[in-house]
Ligand binder design. Structure first.
Ligand code: MV4
Length: 448
């Protein structure tokens, strides 16, 4: 195991990684921007280094400054957390050339799986179910129309270099397809310096189900079951849970083993998430692979009893993944609500400010992953997530009851947060009966 690592991130996930380090006896070096100076979680690290001004480009995204901090602190490895540099293959290569272990997958796996077309091609080879589509780049209007007429409208145009919903367009006929194609190519070029796009049949209001993967450097790959992340708004997840409440044991087994086949084919090590869409007939289709630890990893930790961050450290240091697939069991139900400092009644606009009131929930079955506290100032520089409230209970109904109780206890003010929205969601028949899909939040808010 490493003796000292650097955490190239901030906030809640930096704190989560510090906690894992302490439990493994690893020294942690935190980095912070001037905007995060004085944040309480920095005191829990063994060392904290300022790496620049508030704007992320000058601090958390600045590779030379992070590498310099790593050299000064003499660390053996860097954990990138999520967001920022976590899926940057170039950063992983720089770490390698500086003889610093990147706590994540190889740069090669990141590149292969980061390309949506390359990951789809690999998925096809491994018999992972795919949405019908162009199966390769679409270059001309003529080719786009041919593909669309073959698979039928509506279709969706996606950027191969995209992800998380950026650069996607839906078309319902030949005319809108032609204009959308040009716009999608231009958007992809501007956002990713790669205009490659492809076409798929568009699934309306699907569920979003994803499989947690762990692999080691010795070729051993396992899954830790699935999460249902259907409750989201504009590609920002609001609630995540495990297991998916609407699939049976046979579907679960197929979904999870398909994800393992794909990770094995990519020679994957570290943690990954294989994303699927599930349509109204409960058929699933591969979407993309996220080559990082995700925000919602705690729900998987709760139902499996495994510490995913500790596993990432062990795997990066070359240890064997001693966990066998047959020993990974699903125990009960876990639900996570993302607590963001934003106003759901004003189109989710971020609400920076000081948390004058911050009363955290607790008690049986409750986990709070948050770096916030009474007096913490939420700045305007970074995303507005100030914590994640996670519950773990034997059944889904009990988990919802515990979540409702914990959300009642949770008091934050005067800054507006998503707590009230979560109280509402947990009280709906739709959520309680698991009648939700990726369009639910927007549909119900229009009605309300
Ligand atoms: C789709 C789709 C419908 N049909 N692909 C959005 C994020 C990116 N990972 C892929 N996404 C989608 N791809 C086909 N063929 C609908 C979405 C989608 C979505 C997917 C997962 C979670 C939330 C979503 C919200 C809107 C659209």
């Amino acid at each position: 195991m490493f003796s000292r690592i650097l955490i190239a991130n901030r906030g809640e996930i930096a704190l989560r990684i510090i906690r894992a380090c302490k439990e493994l006896g690893v020294e942690s070096v935190a980095v912070y921007s001037e905007a995060d100076r004085g944040a309480a979680y920095l005191k829990l690290a063994d060392m904290a280094i300022c790496i620049g001004p508030g704007p992320a480009a000058e601090s958390y995204l600045n590779i030379p400054r992070i590498i310099s901090a790593a050299e000064v602190a003499d660390v053996q490895a860097i954990h990138p957390g999520f967001g920022f540099l976590s899926e940057n293959a170039h950063f992983a290569e720089v770490c390698r050339s500086c003889k610093i272990e990147f706590i994540g997958p190889s740069a090669e796996s990141m590149k292969q799986l980061g390309s949506k077309l390359a990951s789809k091609a690999l998925a096809k080879e491994c018999n992972v179910p795919l949405t019908p589509g162009s199966d390769g780049p679409v270059k001309s209007e003529k080719q786009a129309v041919e593909v669309a007429q073959k698979i039928g409208y509506p279709v969706i145009i996606k950027a191969s270099a995209g992800g998380g919903g950026r650069g996607m367009r839906v078309a319902h006929n030949d005319i809108t397809l032609k204009s959308s194609l040009k716009a999608a190519q231009a958007e992809a070029e501007a956002a990713f310096k790669d205009s490659t796009v492809f076409i798929e049949k568009y699934h309306e209001e699907p569920r979003h189900v994803e499989v947690q993967i762990l692999g080691d450097k010795h070729g051993h790959v396992i899954h830790l079951f699935e999460r249902d992340c259907s409750l989201q708004r504009r590609h920002q997840k609001l609630v995540e849970e495990s297991p998916c409440p609407v699939i049976d044991q046979k579907t679960r087994e197929e979904l999870c083993t398909a994800a393992v086949r794909l990770a094995k084919a990519a020679n994957y090590y570290s943690a990954a998430t294989v994303e699927f869409i599930m349509d109204k007939n409960r058929k699933f289709y591969f979407l993309e692979v996220n080559t990082r630890i995700q925000v919602e990893h705690p729900v998987t930790e709760m139902v499996t009893g495994q510490d995913l961050i500790q596993w990432q450290l062990r795997i990066a240091s070359g240890e064997k993944l001693t966990l066998e697939q047959k020993d990974v069991r699903l125990n009960g139900c876990a639900i996570e609500c993302r607590i963001n400092a934003e106003d759901p009644d004003r189109n989710f606009t971020p609400c920076p400010g000081t948390l004058e009131e911050f009363a955290a929930p607790g008690g049986p079955g409750v986990r709070l992953d948050s770096h916030a506290y009474q007096g913490y100032r939420v700045g305007p520089n970074y995303d507005s997530m100030i914590g994640k409230l996670i519950v773990h209970r034997p059944t889904r109904a009990q988990a919802i009851a515990t979540m409702r109780r914990a959300l009642e206890e949770f008091r934050i003010g005067p800054v507006k947060t998503t707590i009230g929205l979560h109280r509402h969601i947990m009280a709906t028949q739709d959520f309680q009966q698991a009648n939700i899909d990726t369009g639910w939040v927007e549909r119900t808010r229009k009605l309300g």
